[in-house]
Design a binder for this molecule. Structure first.
Ligand SMILES: [Fe+2]
Ligand SMILES: [Fe+2]
Length: 310
């Protein structure tokens, strides 16, 4: 069974319809940042996604996964615009599974708006195990694979904070999900927006990272087969770390100019493989030479920081 994982598409459009009073807050800083710095990196995002939907069909993807950050500022017109652009991914035979990113729930007024536009994708095959709204959200695919989504994104009104946290209720529920008879023994994708570790194996910064990354890694340590798949850090990387037996796979930003990334996972009863997808300027290509078993990803142990004591 083949899975496409993309992330952080940042479809930065739809602002014309946003009332000006919505910008009298953190969005003013975000909007200025967008025009001064970011916008040029995402100008071709819609084209890249249109080509990606064609690529998905051409390489026989069964299920599409997106780990959030569809927008820049989480306004209703942006979310509506993004939802329309990613609609082709629902054509995957197994459908489209997603979580929100921090940019999609930028401020408290965006939480309900995200659900209004993306709520039809938030279908839970084991709703009786949900502990925090629809989360954890479980999808079962065939006899061998499950996707378990936890929402680590939250509004961050302070201007310079973009950190996340998996609520304790969701973390506690993971134990019940992983041991449930319909999930136990399957290969489990744990999908969330925030990265538990950077490519270096280190945690992200307190201002930008996942507050309880260690707790999430500990919760997955009981899984025999699976992967944590995430976005947020705009760099495509995959590694294993000593804290858990499952690899960490970050799709980076699939549409960011010069950093385009995505992963293809092939999960079979006897193994799982990861292959990098690459943007070639006008189309996507599967980098067959990069294909390796997930179990063969390198374990990255960050070097100890020099002691400052004494
Ligand atoms: Fe992002
Ligand atoms: Fe993010």
């Amino acid at each position: 069974m083949r899975f496409l994982h993309f992330s952080d598409v940042h479809l930065e459009d739809g602002f014309r319809e946003v009332p000006w009073r919505r910008f009298l807050n953190k969005r003013f800083v975000g909007y200025a940042n967008l025009f001064l710095r970011r916008r040029k990196y995402y100008a071709r995002a819609p084209q890249k996604l249109a080509r990606l939907a064609e690529f998905m069909e051409a390489i026989d993807v069964d299920v599409a996964l997106c780990s959030g950050d569809y927008t820049a500022l989480g306004t209703a017109p942006e979310l509506a615009h993004a939802r329309a652009i990613v609609r082709p991914f629902e054509a995957a035979p197994g459908g489209f599974v997603t979580v929100p990113g921090n940019h999609d729930v930028y401020l408290p007024d965006a939480l309900e708006v995200f659900e209004a536009h993306f709520g039809d994708l938030l279908v839970n095959d084991l709703p009786e195990l949900a502990a925090d709204g629809v989360w954890p959200l479980v999808r079962l695919f065939g006899e061998h694979v499950a996707v378990v989504c936890v929402n680590s994104s939250r509004p961050n009104p302070p201007v310079f904070r973009s950190s996340g946290r998996v609520p304790d209720a969701q973390l506690a529920a993971l134990e019940r999900v992983f041991t449930h008879p319909k999930v136990a023994g399957r290969f489990v994708f744990v999908m969330t927006h925030y990265a538990p570790r950077l490519a270096s194996g280190r945690p992200d910064t307190p201002q930008h990272g996942l507050e309880n990354a260690d707790a999430l890694l500990a919760a997955t340590a009981r899984l025999e087969r699976g992967a944590i798949v995430h976005g947020h850090v705009h760099k495509c990387f995959a590694l294993r770390v000593p804290e858990t037996g499952v690899p960490l796979c970050g799709a980076g930003s699939t549409t960011m100019e010069g950093r385009e990334g995505l992963w293809i996972y092939d999960v079979e009863p006897d193994g799982a493989w990861i292959t990098r997808g690459r943007w070639e300027g006008e189309s996507w290509r599967l980098d067959e030479g990069s294909r390796i078993p997930l179990a063969d990803l390198p374990v990255v142990v960050p070097p100890a920081r020099p002691s400052t004591a004494g």
